[in-house]
Design a protein around this ligand. Structure first.
Ligand code: UT7
Length: 332
């Protein structure tokens, strides 16, 4: 019997209404639309406003849309994985909150923390449960409310990040389409360059930690940039070589949206032309675990059954990786 493949059979996303433009950021920190646009490619990002609104809002809205468009009964969902670094709270898991709110009463659910590679890690993990024959319907969410951990007085981070995310449904493939391969990597020494020191067990919240702004994300941008360019390009080239793919064989590259310059370098290394690269960084910024499902959602109508698609990510940890799939459906 041939191996069961896990196929994405639907995708849906959600971004909050509020648009934070480069022009508004110019009034908040010493920056310019010109600097942000040329250095990152970002024009605007979305911000989730309102008291009590956490990342679960993004997950719930994405899942509701996903269930509706795929005609799925929430009671048939076996597992929900939510990749996020901005959970509603340390526990219970945001995935549990989403499961409850969408009526997925027969599923178990958990969060996954792998920063910008979270969706890739979640997709690969969820696929294992389908490939083993254990489950038939798995939802993988990638979502972050980055505005909850951003210091809007720090121009090195506040211009980059935004809120949003999406969800995909994984089911056993009916043909040869589906997830073919994944290469996932971690380098824990990256903790020195990108992360958030406060709020965990090492530095619980105190008046001192809050005053010292330890509950905000920090990034040594130039160092992370170098690691991101090399590693995201290397791992993407590696998965192509392993699967005997050339740039011409690849229909779409779905790269993490951290910086337009990193995306361009990765595409060049893979020999993939610009018109085959999914890009929406200009309107959402970097939504961490949310970027890949948001790209798939934005480009869903252009994806065709059988398309060779390569997803690639790099982020905090450091974490990075690449996943190769054959797209499983044509959108109506
Ligand atoms: O998603 C997770 C993984 N993250 C990434 O992949 C992000 C990787 N890093 C990057 O995308 C880029 O490093 C950044 C966009 C964060 C920064 O761009 P850069 O070209 O690496 O700039 P830089 O940090 O080397 O700073 C260059 C200059 C500095 O001024 P001096 O020292 O040359 O006078 C900064 O102080 O730009 C200055 N600068 C700014 N100027 C205007 C830094 N941030 C800003 C700003 N507006 N917002």
């Amino acid at each position: 019997m041939s191996k069961i493949r896990a196929a994405i059979t639907g995708v849906h996303g959600y971004v909050p209404e509020y648009v934070l433009t480069n022009a508004e950021l110019e009034t908040m920190v010493e920056t310019s639309d010109e600097w942000i646009t040329t250095r990152t490619g970002i024009k605007e990002r979305r911000i989730l406003k309102g008291e009590g609104q956490g990342t679960s809002v993004i997950g719930i809205e994405s899942c509701k849309g996903l269930l509706e468009k795929t005609g799925t009964d929430p009671k048939d969902i076996d597992l929900i994985i939510c990749a996020t670094v901005t959970p509603d709270m340390p526990f219970p898991a945001t995935a549990n909150i989403v499961a409850d709110q969408i009526g997925a009463t027969n599923s178990f659910s958990f969060d996954m923390s792998a920063a910008c590679s979270g969706f890739l890690y979640g997709l690969s993990t969820g696929a294992q449960f389908i490939e083993s024959g254990t489950y038939k319907k798995v939802i993988v969410i990638g979502a972050d409310k980055m505005s909850s951990i951003i210091n809007y007085e720090d121009r090195t981070t506040c211009i980059i990040f935004g809120d949003g995310g999406g969800a995909v449904l994984l089911e056993p493939s009916q043909d040869e389409n589906g997830i073919v391969d994944a290469i996932l990597k971690t380098d824990g020494s990256g903790a020195n360059y990108l992360g958030m020191p406060g709020g965990g067990s090492r530095m619980p919240a105190t008046i001192e930690s809050v005053t010292a702004k330890k509950h905000y994300a920090f990034q040594e941008g130039a160092t992370v940039f170098k690691f991101a360019v090399t590693n995201m390009a290397d791992v993407s080239a590696e998965i192509m070589e392993k699967n005997n793919l050339t740039g011409d064989d690849v229909a779409w590259l779905v790269p993490h949206q951290a910086n337009k310059r990193i995306i361009d370098a990765t595409a060049r290394r893979m020999g993939i032309e610009d018109d085959k690269v999914m890009i929406n960084i200009e309107k959402y910024g970097n939504t961490t675990a949310g970027t890949l499902p948001l790209c798939l959602w934005d480009y869903e109508k252009q994806l065709k059954k059988g398309d060779n698609v390569i997803l690639a990510a790099f982020g905090g940890g450091f974490t990075w990786g690449s996943l190769y799939l054959k797209w499983a459906y044509d959108s109506e």
